[in-house]
Design a protein around this ligand. Structure first.
Ligand code: ZN
Ligand code: ZN
Ligand code: ZN
Ligand code: ZN
Ligand code: ZN
Ligand code: ZN
Ligand code: ZN
Ligand code: ZN
Length: 645
């Protein structure tokens, strides 16, 4: 035990008001090492006593003057100390690591939406808590007060390297009701927005994501969260994912690694293999304090500040001060620098920030990357997001990741615990552990197992695994694309599929009336029979009132008056290739032809005329109305006909 003198603030160094970390003289550490060796307890805790008052303290540094201790005012008040009083300090081994901490609110703080996050980000200035203490957390705009209601496993617990079970209690029933009301209000607030390119929105950092239909965006999308008047932009980020589970531990893109300033940006490249047509955007606060921000979405050019905004305008009259970088009039440079060199100091680590007199202790530069910031809290956030290893507990092999960014990418994409809708059972389930084979086939672990159930192929009745049905059906498609194109009767009024053995290419029904079992090596006799049949059709007609054949007198559409005109027309028709033959057909074929003509006018039709004709003969058209007949024909085509290339 040593007695030290309380020195409120020496050497201009300042301790935060609300902390339990003290500054001790260096010889205390030397004495400890010589008495106990280098194997000192971690963390190093001391009991500080003054009269009857006592409390536990941690150590910030061993740098005070010999015989003196510097205490945060919280500790000095607890011990009832005035400057120059004596404090007894003794190292202490028996404060256990905490397992449970219950805090009772003294008032409602509606801006704190997640106490766990808030405390994780802000408890680092304390090493111990004792039941009955008041826990003070100082933020730029207010001091939060909570009563330490319960601690486990002892009345005083150490907070370093612990995984605390944290519980926040209301002070009384009235506050409990108020908390329930505000939390349900908060849940109802801020419905998801449908974000649009080139617009800006006011958003809160909370658990609501916003949806961005990214389909029309080219080539890269930039979203920015304008931090505006926030004291500490490091506390806020934008997280983006391609699924609705976007959260602090599940995102693909984020503004975390980007520079922190008046706006935090996230840029999403459409060319990324992870890109999705729908993006889920979540503004978050790492400190647990909710705030409103302006959120802007646009192309990089629209959002990112252009150089000219920041360019310093130098002219003949102005010059840049080599110390602070300010633009000053040439003739006042001497005066300015006279002041500037005495009062302003530029950060020696090259961030460009200029401070009055000295670089404050709170200004930090990360040793592992080129980030920097201005509050201890932002340093903690930076470390925990960028340089703290994390492992995924939802994956069987508990893979570890270099930092939260890598961890969250895993959680948002391939994690065994990530929920997804199974394409076979259509339930929302975790993806499950996947094998190399499952990954190769682009199935989740669950889908690979779920798809092992069997089903009957609707085409060939073969028993197939669900997950193989798609590729099995593709085989049917492939087979189909090699099918020979059907031959359709050359009679323009007929849609029958023929085997095409006669020379005019007519189906058996259309050829029948012109068939004769006579020797006819050069086809002259057949031709004269066809001529005769055509002339009779044009002059006498087929006698059917429903005939729609324009080359038949019965249809009323025939337009050749004299026999001379008729003969000339028939000679012309038969001398050309047979594709203009127009013989009358029966009533059902007439209806089928009308249906084929109707379908062929569909500009989006993916099937050839010959397949439509085959379809119209395969489908039972009797028992349905017109739209039913069309639907039947289309569904036959989808199932049986190869699509046009
Ligand atoms: Zn200057
Ligand atoms: Zn700096
Ligand atoms: Zn860093
Ligand atoms: Zn995982
Ligand atoms: Zn399933
Ligand atoms: Zn099949
Ligand atoms: Zn025919
Ligand atoms: Zn006719």
């Amino acid at each position: 035990m040593v007695n030290l003198t309380y020195a409120p603030a020496c050497n201009g160094a300042s301790l935060p008001r609300f902390s339990d970390k003290v500054i001790l003289p260096a010889d205390i550490l030397e004495q400890l090492v010589s008495a106990r060796g280098l194997d000192l307890p971690h963390p190093l805790l001391f009991e500080a006593r003054s009269g009857q008052a006592r409390c536990f303290v941690g150590v910030k540094e061993f740098s005070s003057d010999e015989g003196e201790v510097q205490l945060p005012s919280l500790i000095a008040d607890k011990l009832g100390l005035a400057s120059g009083d004596t404090v007894a300090i003794e190292v202490c081994d028996d404060v256990p690591r905490g397992t449970k901490l219950s805090l009772r609110l003294t008032e409602i703080y509606p801006e704190i939406i997640n106490w766990k996050w808030f405390l994780e980000a802000n408890l680092s200035s304390y090493t111990t808590l004792t039941k009955g203490d008041i826990l003070y957390i100082e933020k730029p705009h207010k001091v939060y007060e909570l009563i330490v209601a319960e601690t486990e496993p002892a009345n005083s617990i150490c907070l370093i390297d612990t995984d605390l079970d944290l519980d926040i209690q209301p002070l009384n029933d009235e506050m409990a009701r108020e908390m329930a009301r505000t939390s349900s209000e908060q849940n109802n607030q801020d419905p998801p927005l449908e974000l649009q390119l080139g617009r800006s929105y006011t958003v809160k950092t909370n658990s609501t994501f916003h949806v961005l239909d990214a389909d029309s965006f080219t080539p890269s999308i930039t979203a920015s969260l304008l931090v505006g008047d926030s004291a500490d932009p490091s506390g806020f980020d934008l997280l983006v994912s391609t699924n609705k589970y976007v959260a602090k531990d599940s995102f693909i893109w984020s503004s975390i690694a980007g520079p922190k300033g008046s706006a935090n940006y996230v840029t999403i490249d459409r060319a990324s293999p992870l890109f999705g047509k729908t993006l889920f955007v979540l503004p978050v606060s790492w400190t647990g304090i909710s705030s409103s921000f302006e959120l802007r979405i646009g192309s990089s050019e629209q959002i990112m500040p252009t150089k000219s905004d920041n360019e310093i305008i130098l002219s003949d009259q102005n010059i840049e001060c080599s110390n602070c970088g300010a633009t000053v009039a040439k003739n006042s440079l001497f005066l300015h620098q006279n002041f500037c060199f005495r009062n302003n100091i530029r950060c020696p680590k090259g961030c460009g920030k200029v401070f009055l007199k000295h670089v404050p202790e709170s200004h930090w530069h990360c040793e592992d990357c080129n980030s920097y910031g201005d509050t201890p809290e932002s340093f903690d956030i930076h470390q925990s997001l960028n340089h703290t290893e994390m492992s995924c507990e939802d994956c069987e092999e508990k893979p570890s990741f270099v930092n939260r960014i890598a961890y969250a990418l895993h959680r948002a994409t391939v994690c065994e615990g990530l929920l997804h809708e199974c394409q076979f059972c259509h339930l929302e389930l975790p993806r499950g552990k996947s094998t190399a084979e499952a990954r190769l086939l682009s199935f989740s672990g669950h889908e690979f197992d779920c798809g092992s159930r069997t089903t009957e192929c609707p085409k060939c009745d073969r028993i197939t695994k669900l997950r193989e049905l798609k590729s099995h059906l593709q085989l049917h498609d492939l087979e189909r694309s090699h099918l020979p194109v059907p031959t359709v009767c050359s009679n323009v009024n007929c849609v029958r599929v023929s085997n095409g053995t006669n020379s005019p290419g007519l189906c058996d029904v259309c050829f029948g009336p012109s068939y004769a079992a006579v020797h006819d090596p050069d086809g002259k006799k057949l031709r004269s029979r066809l001529e005769r049949r055509y002339v009779i059709q044009l002059t006498k007609g087929c006698g059917n009132s429903w005939c729609k054949n324009p080359e038949c007198k019965s249809s009323g559409l025939q337009q050749y008056g004299s026999m001379k005109e008729v003969i000339e027309h028939v000679t012309r028709i038969l001398s050309r290739s047979q594709e203009h033959l127009a013989f009358c057909v029966d009533e059902s074929t007439t209806k089928k032809k009308l249906l084929v003509d109707f379908v062929m006018e569909d500009p989006g039709l993916k099937f050839a005329y010959e397949w439509v004709c085959k379809g119209v003969n395969e489908v039972d058209l009797n028992d349905s109305n017109e739209s039913g007949r069309i639907a039947k024909l289309y569904s036959w085509l989808e199932d049986n006909a190869p699509e046009l290339a």
